[in-house]
Structure formats: C-alpha cells, structure tokens
Write a protein that binds this ligand. Structure first.
Ligand SMILES: C=C(OP(=O)(O)O)C(=O)O
Length: 293
C-alpha cells in the first residue's frame, strides 16, 4: 500500500521517505531553522518537520509554572514554550524556504488550533507525535483535513494505537514505530515491532522515528522494511535545548541518508535470479554446469 505527500509516494518499492525533524531545535530562531533546512536538503532528505503548539492548551497544567533555565533567563515552562514558537509570518518564511530547497514541510500539531494554523499555511501532511496518540479530539480534527497523516507510536500500547487508527482511518495513514526514550538505548528500540505493526496494519506503510545516538538502529529499521525514517537534526549536539543531544549533526545526517539509499537499493525485490554481474564469475568458477532438463 502506498500513500503520498505532495506527490511523493511512501511505501514498499519506493525510496525510503526521510524526514528531518527540526522540531524545536531552531530554538525560536528563523535563521537557525533555515540552516537546518539546508542540512536536510543537502543530505537528500524528502521532508523537514516542525512542532506546532498553542502553549496555553498543549502544556500540561502541572508543568506550566515549573521554572526553566533558558538562554533568555529563568522563566516558567509555559513562557519558555511561547518563546520557542514561530508565528504565522515566520512559518511562511521557513515553509517557503523549505519549498525552495525542494523539500516537503509539515509539523506535528500538539492541539486542535495548531491544526487550523497549519491548514491555513497549506501544509502537505500532518504528523501525530507519540504524546498525542490518545488525543482523539486532535486525531478527529486531523482526519477531517483529508491530508496524509503520519502517526508515531512511542509510549503507546497496541490497544491505544488501534483506537487511534479507528479515528484516523487507514486510507491516508503512515505509521512510525517509535520508543520515546531520549536518547534511546538499543535494548528499548525493539525493532521487531516494525514487523508486528506490518502484520497488524496490513494496508498501512510502516516506518520508524528514532531517538537513538548514531545511525545503526535507523539503518536496521530500513533493513526490516521501514518505508519512512524520521530523525532529529541539529547543527551542534551540545546546543541548549531538550532534543539537541539525541539529534544527528549535519555529517551524521548526510551519512544516514546516504546509507538508507544504499540499503534501499540493496534490499531488491526478493525474486531469486542470476544477475548479469554474476555471469563472468559463473563462467570462470562453476565446474559442474546445471543438468539440462
Ligand atoms: C515528538 C514527535 O514525534 P515522535 O513521537 O515520533 O518522536 C513529534 O513529531 O513532535
């Protein structure tokens, strides 16, 4: 089963759809966001992704007044959330820049007004963050958009995912296996879940959203058949902000996309055949030819 985002197909037999998750790693700075878009484009990703919140709604009540040290001084967690949000004008600027660089761009809306905000900007798809899997109001609003929805599944049981799929439908759905531990230790990656999801949601393309350090686990996900891969990117892992440490720097992301493309080609179609490149070794090395029927 194949779904598409702005004409780019996602599914078996198509190049792995690589999403560079900028998330909040722009730290509220449009110029930094543009540099990260450049990193994604130069590496050969197909999309960049952001996170869009209405902080008053999406911040859990018990977190709002928790003090937070930031580069802009100590402030409440709620004020910090406002500080790193882009407004409409800034989204127009970064969205246009992504389009100019040949990338799809979209975001994970963390509340219903954020869906309206993104729809107004004409995004090509929406992402559901793992944290939102059980927010059926948000999912219902997303289903109404008719756009392709990418559903992450960290922190979720199969029953919670079933219920989310019930609301979203399967026609324009991509699902990502994820474990929401930052950074993700290998023993919690549980990559065979990709196979479980493939079997349970047969018409849904299954991908992987990774929070591990390094490349190996994402590359293994592709070898297991993940048709989309999302990874956080940053200019510098030591920068201030919650996701930088579990992100890939430009060179790491470039290597990830390069290796995903090689693995994608190497996976083939599973049909056993003798390749042209084998004919010379065959002539040279095989002493006993196959018996003729
Ligand atoms: C946190 C997000 O995604 P994931 O659950 O895939 O990490 C997100 O998309 O905002």
């Amino acid at each position: 089963m194949t779904v598409s985002i702005q004409g780019t197909p996602i599914g078996a037999g198509h190049p792995v759809y690589v999403i560079a998750e900028i998330g909040l790693n722009h730290n509220g700075d449009v110029e930094l966001a543009k540099k990260l878009i450049d990193v994604a484009a130069e590496a050969g990703a197909q999309a960049v992704k952001f996170q869009k919140r209405t902080p008053e709604i999406s911040t859990p009540e018990h977190m709002k007044q928790v003090p937070r040290e930031t580069p802009w001084g100590t402030m409440s967690y709620l004020d910090y959330r406002y500080r790193v949000e882009f407004d409409r004008e800034q989204y127009v600027e970064i969205g246009d820049y992504a389009t100019l660089r040949g990338l799809d761009w979209f975001a994970s809306p963390w509340d219903e007004p954020s869906v309206d905000f993104l729809e107004d900007l004409g995004v090509g798809a929406h992402k559901v963050a793992s944290a939102s899997v059980t927010d059926h109001g948000l999912l219902a609003r997303l289903a109404q958009t008719g756009k392709t929805i990418i559903l992450s599944t960290g922190m979720s049981t199969l029953q919670e995912i079933d219920a989310a799929v019930e609301v979203l439908g399967t026609e324009k759905l991509v699902m990502l296996h994820a474990t929401s531990t930052y950074p993700l230790p290998p023993e919690e990656a549980n990559l065979r879940t990709i196979l479980t999801l493939q079997q349970r949601y047969r018409n849904v393309p299954i991908g992987y959203s990774g929070h591990e350090r390094g490349l190996q686990i994402s590359l293994a996900a592709v070898a297991l058949g993940a048709v989309a891969v999302e990874r956080h990117i940053t200019l510098d892992r030591t920068m201030w902000g919650s996701d930088h440490a579990a992100s890939l720097e430009p060179q790491g992301f470039e290597h990830l996309v390069r290796d995903i493309r090689i693995i994608g080609e190497a996976m083939g179609d599973g049909v056993k055949r003798v390749f042209p490149g084998e004919l010379a070794p065959l002539a040279k090395l095989r002493r006993v030819p196959a018996p003729t029927a």
